[in-house]
Design a binder for this molecule. Sequence first.
Ligand code: 13P
Length: 251
Amino acid sequence: MPNRPYIVGNWKMNGMRAALSEARAIDRGAARHPGVQVAIAPPDTLISLMAEAVETISLGGQDCHEAGSGAFTGDVSAAMLADVGASFVIVGHSERRAGHAETDAIVRAKAEAATAAGLGVIVCVGETEAQRDAGNAEQVVTMQLEGSLPDEAGTPGQVTVAYEPVWAIGTGRVPSLDDVSAMHRAIRAKLEARYGAPSAGVRILYGGSVNAGNAAELLHCDEVGGALVGGASLTAESFLTIVSAAAPETD
Ligand code: 13P
């Protein structure tokens, strides 16, 4: 159901098998909020174990290769992620763009590979602090979308955009609520221009220092359809507070 708020935990390179108990606790808590779609993207090493441990939440990868298989040491394909229980994959995270030299074209190829494998895909975009200070944030994000989005919006809910200002990731700093709304409106306009009517099935998540204290106000900004949460997704206690903040009053 693409109009449910979508709260996704990106565990990044965190989590040993002992963390499965945390995932179970998140899963139990998520079951109390059917009005919220809750997901975790653990490290690949935990996906299949977590798939056996949870019932309510969905699981995803944090990256995939654009090819289906082959001589790509250290990479995994979208089909491999699906095979072990993932239903979506994050592509184009700024830590991949910066640390692994991923261009918009590579991100788009990964997004296409993900949808071709039947996965949902979360395409990440976001400006650096220098780009925002120069007044170029919307232009940068619009260009990233232009280059990174897959050609088709797929089925409703299959494609998601995550707006993550690079300077807000892991820093405890977040944009003003007005800036979040303005950027999300600009992304929505870009999606409408790109996909037409199917753009209604694309949710836009905010990511970057979302925590239990600021989630409610960020989730109420214009066109914010959920959150991509890093550090605060690692424990059930903090992640479930964010899930509760997203829950409709009927939950
Ligand atoms: P933090 O929530 O730790 O700032 O990380 C955000 C992020 O990068 C999620 O993908």
